[in-house]
Design a protein around this ligand. Structure first.
Ligand code: CP
Ligand code: NVA
Length: 275
């Protein structure tokens, strides 16, 4: 057996909880022949026990790659600046790119292509939505996003997505009307209304997002045979009903599985030296 990453060491530095990201990265590194170690929020105290540049410079002396889940996106940039090794975003307050790549793979498996697929995202214009919007626009997927007023994507992301869509031949729709976004969609996607770190806003958000729940009625506006996607963890009865999540349209566990496959590709791409 020839491993792609023999003796490579990867640190998983997590400031927030995780099931999928932590387990899939750990298994990915193991299957590629490398070694992975998990550093919990309590152990490192990023920026609390020790300044981020110091943590970065120490880790860079031991490991070949840092996979980091952080509250502030700036912490990732500081890790990348000071560690001297590759840093992979395992979710920040701004983006969740590994999830978006797994989602693109899931859509391609399911629809046979990505270009021309209509993807509707309903809910919070958060990290998952931002990465998905950029990924979809890049590969030529038509992306429609419906968020309540005040919870939409930032202008910079929308502008970037418009540029990417123009070159990939995709269309972009930004609306506050879930029905408009979902009408005729091939894929309907949602995420939690309250992301990690926003727990104090949960009650307020539940009220603001009520009309944005993905249920049978909303999914019924999509194309016949449309699929439902969610990065998980899901809050049954909030952003999605249990019927939809567990129903025949749901591909949420394919998405979770695909985290493993795309992350192996990312690690191989980053850590195998070019000839
Ligand atoms: N989707 C996702 O990133 O899940 P975890 O928070 O469990 O890693
Ligand atoms: N938007 C969610 C995604 C969890 C995988 C969060 O940031 O908590």
């Amino acid at each position: 057996m020839r491993y792609l990453l023999p003796w490579r060491s990867v640190a998983l530095l997590f400031e927030k909880p995780s099931l999928r990201t932590r387990v899939s990265f750990e298994i990915a590194v193991t299957q590629l022949g490398g070694h992975c170690l998990y550093l919990s929020p309590q152990e490192v105290g990023l920026g609390v026990r020790e300044p981020v540049p110091d943590v970065a410079r120490v880790l860079g002396r031991y490991v070949d790659c840092v996979v980091a889940r952080v509250f502030e996106h700036a912490s990732l940039e500081t890790l990348a600046k000071w560690s001297g090794v590759s840093v992979i975003n395992a979710l920040s307050d701004w983006e969740h790119p590994c999830q978006a790549l797994a989602d693109v793979l899931t859509i391609r498996e399911n629809r046979g292509a990505t270009a021309g697929v209509h993807l509707a995202y309903v809910g919070d214009g958060n990290n998952v939505a931002r990465s998905l919007c950029i990924a979809a626009s890049t590969v030529g997927m038509h992306f429609a996003i419906a968020t309540p007023s005040g919870y939409g994507l930032d202008e910079g992301t929308v502008e970037m997505a418009r540029r990417l869509s123009d070159s990939s031949g995709a269309q972009l729709l930004v609306t506050e009307d879930p029905a408009e976004a979902v009408a005729g969609a091939d894929v309907v996607y949602t995420d939690t209304w309250t992301s990690m770190g926003q727990e104090e806003e949960a009650e307020f958000r539940r009220k603001a997002f009520g009309p944005y729940q993905v249920n049978d009625a909303l999914l019924g506006l999509a194309k016949p045979g449309a699929v439902f996607m969610h990065c998980l963890p899901a809050h049954h009865g909030e952003e999605v009903t249990t019927d939809v999540l567990n129903g025949p349209s749901s591909v949420v566990f394919d998405q979770a599985e695909n985290r493993l496959h795309v992350q192996k590709a990312i690690l191989a791409q980053i850590l195998i030296p070019a000839d």
